[in-house]
Design a protein. Structure first.
Length: 387
């Protein structure tokens, strides 16, 4: 017997989508069981503190949004520090500011005005377009060069992208890069959003509060698939945030994902790299970025710094799926699974990055979860979730 307390909902996954739904459902008087296969809540947003440093266990998570409702919602659970991500790129020892802005162009070419930088980019773009003739770019490499020129592509796009995807840029479809953000101002803020920051003390506290309700029970270290049929038989309503193809036992084949490996190191120094995030954009360096966590909030024990290197990996069923590969082939396969999901729509809701097979930023997951609450409980459009 799994539904021991006559739960109204089973939520599979204690990441943001599942935790927010559980929290709001409980506020509306529903009893919820949340199960999570990992040994902690928070999904990929999970953090912990060691040596006085708040470490993000699954890569850097900077909250950024233009959605006032979402910003007000998350601030109920933590105080945010206003951190702005100002990424550096290391290409074979050369350092460049990201995203592409006037500092980048000065470092690349010595240009000092927007007109000079625009002219340099335009010359390279025209050369690339001339080589293509009148045809449309056929792959990511051609598309990127036609947008930004050869210098920036070769140093700051090509190697990083190929590591992320595990494929040559010439083998990737052009539509992956519809545009490349270019700023003709001296501004290194990676995001353009109005609201930005990291919760002081980390993200885990947010999930602890979301799930701290007398109508919510949480079971970590619990795999839905160990008793999938029993859960489906005993629970009338399920919110599922895992991989949609796994739910249906991969009956149409596996969707493609990319996985990640993280290597953490304790450094006996006060300051290892001088920046929160440095991307390594050459193809030879096996990792894509290095995070030094003390620079996210300035907190650390004296003489100690914690760094994490992030390695992209091919996915298999023994690894965590982090990113869906939303190319045409996989989107066609996903539509087949989506049709199966629709047949279960009276009982199972598929949500989040893996359940809906799409890339979500954190604020988009929060927004989608609150929209589900509105729909599920027929709340008015102007219903306020913030207390």
């Amino acid at each position: 017997m799994l539904n021991t307390k006559k739960y109204d909902y089973l939520v599979v996954g204690a990441g943001p989508y599942g935790a927010i739904f559980a929290h709001e459902a409980a506020k509306l008087g529903k009893r919820v069981l949340v199960i999570e296969k990992r040994d902690h809540v928070g999904g990929n947003m999970h953090t912990h503190v060691e040596h006085g440093v708040t470490v993000h266990d699954y890569g850097a998570h900077i909250f950024h949004t233009d959605n006032t409702e979402i910003w007000q919602y998350i601030q109920q659970f933590a105080e945010f520090n206003g951190f702005q991500n100002q990424v550096m790129a290391n290409y074979k020892g050369e350092l460049y500011n990201l995203p592409f802005n006037m500092n980048t162009f000065y470092e690349m070419w010595g240009t000092k005005t927007p007109a000079e930088a625009q002219a340099k980019i335009e010359v390279q773009k025209q050369e690339a377009l001339g080589q293509l003739g009148n045809r449309t770019p056929r792959n990511l490499e051609e598309q990127a060069i036609s947008l930004i020129g050869t210098d920036i592509y070769q140093k700051l796009v090509k190697g990083y992208t190929e590591k992320q995807w595990g494929r040559k840029a010439t083998e990737l479809p052009a539509f992956i890069i519809k545009r490349l953000p270019v700023r003709f101002v001296y501004n290194n803020n990676y995001f353009n959003h109005r609201y930005q920051g990291i919760p002081i003390g980390g993200y885990t506290q947010i999930f602890d509060q979301l799930l701290d309700h007398p109508l919510i029970d949480v079971q970590v270290g619990t795999d839905f698939f160990s008793q999938r049929d029993a859960y489906l038989a005993e629970f009338d309503k399920i919110v599922y945030t895992g991989m949609i193809d796994q739910f249906f036992d991969y009956q149409y084949g596996e969707l493609a994902y990319r996985s990640l490996k993280f290597e953490k190191e304790i450094m006996d120094v006060d300051n290892y790299q001088g920046n929160a995030v440095i991307n390594y954009t050459d193809a030879d360096t096996p990792y894509t970025r290095v995070m030094e966590w003390k620079h996210f909030d300035g907190a650390s024990d004296d003489g100690v710094s914690v760094v994490t290197r992030e390695y992209p990996q091919a996915w298999n069923r023994e690894k965590e799926a982090y990113y869906p590969v939303n190319d045409e082939q996989n989107m066609a396969l996903y539509k087949q699974y989506a049709r199966l999901a629709q047949d279960l729509s009276g009982q199972v809701v598929f949500g989040g990055r893996l359940g809906q097979y799409r890339y979500y930023d954190m604020d988009q997951v929060f927004h989608a979860a609150l929209n589900l609450v509105r729909q599920e409980f027929k709340l008015p459009a102007d219903y306020h979730f913030s207390e």
